[in-house]
Design a protein around this ligand. Structure first.
Ligand code: GUN
Ligand code: FE
Length: 428
């Protein structure tokens, strides 16, 4: 009972609903065997014997989920930001990802990635690897050891990319994916496999069909990209002329939410039909505002998705996105939603700070189950935020301090504690 059972004391904030932030100043967050038992102004009698860790005046919030990030792209973040998606993939992304056939390079790069992710505000992440088995297995091993909770995908791609990154054919791609699943399924408690067709253009129809079968066999979740860029959408229509929309390609092969828990990155330019499919199938949208800005992709209509009841979380999409910080991601999500409202559709009100916070915590967290809240029964992921380095003469209340941290984390914020599933992650 006592292992991973404790109480955290501090100024506790979490999303009760999309629009309501619960704030308990100098409250007690109770964790029993890794599960939250709620937040209280006074310790309830039944928990009186648990050890209390007092974080003083600091903020305590749920851990955040990065719903879309490419581990192998971490080395070139911040470089080559002057191209659109398809050119960017060919010029920067595919050549860099080809390097992961060299395990020595992969180990060096993935060590840095995992160390930085561990120190970030993300407690959970849904991650793309590359096509390479040894490198992807190394990534999973490192992530598992970090204590963070992740889904990791060995990427599938058998057409329309550089030779060095193309799997020989559908059969080879499927066999290597099956070998990877045999090797890694159930092996790690924190790093679990997720099927990862890169995106429709780089996957032949036999490959997509085989992945649909593997999904059923292993009961796996799925991640991919969807309707990110206008040229990409047109290309998908040319490659799959029978499809009613881009999402229909994945749907046709059982890779779009109905059979498997599925997350699609971007959905910037989804058609009405595609939105309907996403809604009916419970497909998650990973909203990646910084990437959509960097690659001039556009602005995803997140208000529309929220109104439709489509599940949404936030992603950094390294290296389309430059920055691994989910705080920055929240600020960007609010920022681009204002431009959408001002420039594109005056009916679609901008996201509020409460909504962005919900997306980063509960919205994305729900992809992992009961994650992203401190309500009774949720897996306890928590961050302790020290904002004493962000100087001001003004008195702020707790909610204002949280909002300011979202915008100024990089200026003077410091992560003073991090917990995943009730286990403390050592940050130094
Ligand atoms: N679409 C296919 N591959 C990628 C990728 O690596 N990054 C982004 N942003 N979009 C993609
Ligand atoms: Fe991506």
């Amino acid at each position: 009972m006592r292992e991973h059972s404790f109480i955290l004391k501090g100024n506790i904030c979490y999303s009760e609903t999309k629009n309501h932030l619960s704030v308990t100043e100098q409250g007690y967050l109770v964790c029993c065997e890794g599960i939250s038992r709620g937040v209280y102004p006074v310790i309830p009698d039944e928990y009186r014997n648990l050890p209390v860790k007092d974080y003083g005046d600091r903020l305590i919030i749920p851990g955040m989920t990065d719903l879309h990030i490419h581990a192998p792209q971490y080395p070139f973040r911040g470089i080559g930001m002057d191209l659109e998606l398809l050119e960017w993939l060919n010029t920067h992304t595919f050549p860099e990802e080809s390097r992961y056939s060299d395990l020595e390079y992969a180990e060096k790069a993935y060590r840095i990635f995992v160390e930085d992710l561990k120190k970030s505000g993300s407690t959970r992440a849904v991650i793309f690897g590359t096509i390479h088995l040894p490198a992807t297995e190394f990534l999973m091993k490192q992530l598992d050891a970090s204590g963070l909770s992740t889904y990791v995908g060995k990427v599938n791609m058998d057409q329309n990319c550089t030779d060095a990154l193309r799997e020989t054919d559908a059969l080879e791609s499927l066999e290597s994916t099956a070998a990877w699943l045999r090797e890694t399924s159930g092996k790690y408690s924190n790093a679990r496999p997720i099927l990862t067709p890169r995106f429709a253009p780089t996957c032949s129809e036999p490959l997509l069909e085989g992945l649909g079968k593997l999904q059923k066999e292993y009961g796996l979740p799925v991640q991919s990209h969807l309707s990110e860029n206008l040229s990409e959408i047109q290309w998908v229509q040319e490659l799959f002329p029978w499809s009613a929309c881009y999402g229909n390609v994945y749907e046709h092969y059982g890779l779009f939410g109905k059979e498997a828990k599925t997350v699609m990155a971007h959905c910037v330019h989804s058609s009405d039909l595609e939105v309907e499919l996403m809604k009916n199938n419970g497909v998650y949208v990973a909203h990646c505002p910084q990437s959509n800005t960097n690659l001039s992709s556009g602005i995803a209509p997140i208000r529309r998705y929220l109104d439709a009841g489509i599940p949404v979380g936030l992603g950094t999409d390294i290296a389309g996105g430059t920055n691994m910080s989910m705080f920055r991601c929240m600020a960007d999500a609010v920022g681009v939603s204002k431009l959408y409202w001002r420039l594109i559709d005056q009916e679609k009100k901008p996201l509020t700070m409460e909504e962005a916070f919900y997306l980063a915590t509960r919205g994305g967290g729900s992809f992992f189950g009961k994650v992203g809240s401190f309500e009774n029964g949720y897996e306890l992921d928590a961050l302790v935020l020290d904002d004493s380095g962000i100087r001001t003469a003004k008195e702020l209340n707790t909610k204002e301090r949280l909002e300011r941290y979202i915008y100024l984390a990089e200026e003077g914020g410091r992560l003073a504690g991090k917990y995943v599933n009730g286990r403390e992650i050592l940050l130094s």
